[in-house]
Every structure is written in structure tokens, then in C-alpha cells.
Design a protein around this ligand. Sequence first.
Ligand SMILES: CSC[C@H]1O[C@H](OP(=O)(O)O)[C@H](O)[C@@H]1O
Length: 353
Amino acid sequence: MEAQPLTIRANPDKAIVWEHDRLYLLDQRILPTQEGYIELQTATATADAIRDMVVRGAPAIGITAAFGVVLAARSAFKASTENWRELIQDELDILAASRPTAVNLFWALSRMKQLIASMGEENPEPRLLQEAMLIHQQDIAANKAMGALGAALIEGNTSVITHCNAGALATGGYGTALGVIRSAHAANKIERVYADETRPWMQGSRLTAWELAQDSIPVTLLTDGAAASRMARGGIGWIIVGSDRIAANGDVANKIGTYNLAVAAKFHGVKVMVAAPTSTIDMSAASGADIPIEFRDSAEVLKWHGRQIAAPGVDAWNPVFDVTPAALVDAIVTERGVVLSPNSKKMAELMGV
Ligand SMILES: CSC[C@H]1O[C@H](OP(=O)(O)O)[C@H](O)[C@@H]1O
């Protein structure tokens, strides 16, 4: 099958594209100064793209992995129409090992595996592709629903702080935290968004600011250390962030620095909103202590634009997520509804368990 030139222009709502029977990812490592797509032809290459953060963001990782399963099924069925289920297992494991914290990855793989288990002898690709596309569309619908529910919590016109990128680029489209911000801005509730740059990958300065500028939503960058001082000056009504995994008691794992924001917010009387689809909630994790936190190469901290910024022999501690206790969270917004002052009982009610 000859590769066809991709016919779309890079935009936040097209971070993950299935076109001409091929998977394309907007390369988020080079935004905002460059825009380019990478074509993925195998599940292993898809896992590499997730690990190397070509695509990142909990829901986006899950959606991408689902399309990776389609690629795995294509090659396995081509190799053996009888034994494709056995052949596909290694690539499913490779996808599962790509990043540990975003539970959406494992949620999406589990949903695809359940479908595989229900299949007969037919070619699995068409049905698996249909399911991957459904996961993608359902995520966008969830973000739109969360946008409305989260915006309804915001009273009057206020400025907000967000951290990392929980936007269209981190999801199937529209975004979780940025979905709330988009909906609230459309309702004239957002005066300005302050975006933490979010070292070391700079998802805030490179991705969130790019998304909001494209939508003409007023955005000002903060260095990560400036957020508390900005809260101290007043006018910040909410911290609005996404999540990579929420435990059964409402503890929230999110980009490193979220916990700092929540502690400062508590001190300054600023509310904390976490927007996440229910595919981010892990009821098997009793608390944040049960959430695996990804540590990445210290070189990501010690280098900047590839240039060494620390003396030789200096190392770095590089956890890329932290856990914000439920006690510091005012609202968890999901597509199923809002949990105010989250706790185990309220989370169980939300999830119907
Ligand atoms: C909408 S979830 C986005 C979530 O994922 C980000 O992490 P990473 O960029 O390392 O994948 C960050 O924690 C965001 O809140």
C-alpha cells in the first residue's frame, strides 16, 4: 500500500489521525515552532512514539494505543489467519509497557483485548478499527460534556492557572482542563489563563499556550515557580488541571508540580478543579500511594534544547508525575458528573461500584 500524502494541516484537534488506512501522529516534540506528522506502521513503532512523547497526555495515549492494536492485528492476521491471537500478544505487551502512569493506556488496551477475545475466525482489523475510532469519538464527546460541567462551576469572570497540557493535544480533541477553559471562555467566564511552562518538557509553554492562542483565549506564561506568587496577587479563581490517574479515594496523579499548585492554592483560597474522563479513574488503586509514578531520564532535566545546563557529575531527580491528595481537590469533573470534595464514598457513587 503506497503511502498517501497526509492532506490535513496540523491543528490541536488532529493530534491523532487515521487516514488512508494508516496512523499518523502530530509530533508534539517539535511544536509550536514546527508542525509535522509521523506515520506509524507497527504497534512497536506506536509504543515507541508514546514512550518518546511524540504523543502524550493520558487520553491521547489510550486512543493511540487502541490504533496501535489495529496495526498489530493487521500484521498478526497477515502472518497467520489461524494463530493471530497468539502472535499479537507480544505487541500488546509492548504497547502496555510504553508508559506506566496514565491508566487510560491500560483501559484502552483492556477494551481492545475484550473485543479480541469475543472474535471468531474473521479478519479482526475492521472491527478493531471501528472500536478504536469509537474510543476516539467517545473521548471527544466526554471532553465536551466535561467542558460544560466544569464551566458551570466557575462563577463570574475570573482568571485561572493551568499546568502542563490537558488540551486537545492530550486527548481525542477539545481537551479536559482546556475543554473546561474553552467552554468557560465561550461563556465569558475566563478573563485570562496563566499557563505554567511545565519543565522539563515544557508542555505548558509549547503546547497549552499554542492551543489557547489558536483559539484567541488570553494566555500568559508563568515559570513553574511563579504560580504561587501570581495567586498571592489575587484574581485567580481556580487551578484547572487534567489527570493521568485518579485513585478510588480521589487522590489525583498529574504532571509534576500539580501538588505544589494545590498546596499553594489551599493557602491562598484558590479552588482546584481536576477534569478527567472516567477512563482516567482507577478504582483498583485505593489511594495515590498505589499509582505508579513514571521517572524519566535525568538528562531531560540536565539538558535544555540539547545543551548541558548542569555541571558534570550533577544528577537530577526526574519524577514526571506527582500525587495531589483528595483533600486538596475541590472538584473532580468527569463526563458522568462532578464530585465535590472527593472521597472514597463519592468516587464509588460516581463509578457505580
Ligand atoms: C488530559 S491528561 C493530560 C495529562 O498528561 C500530561 O502528562 P504527559 O504530558 O507527560 O503525558 C499531564 O500530566 C497532563 O495533565
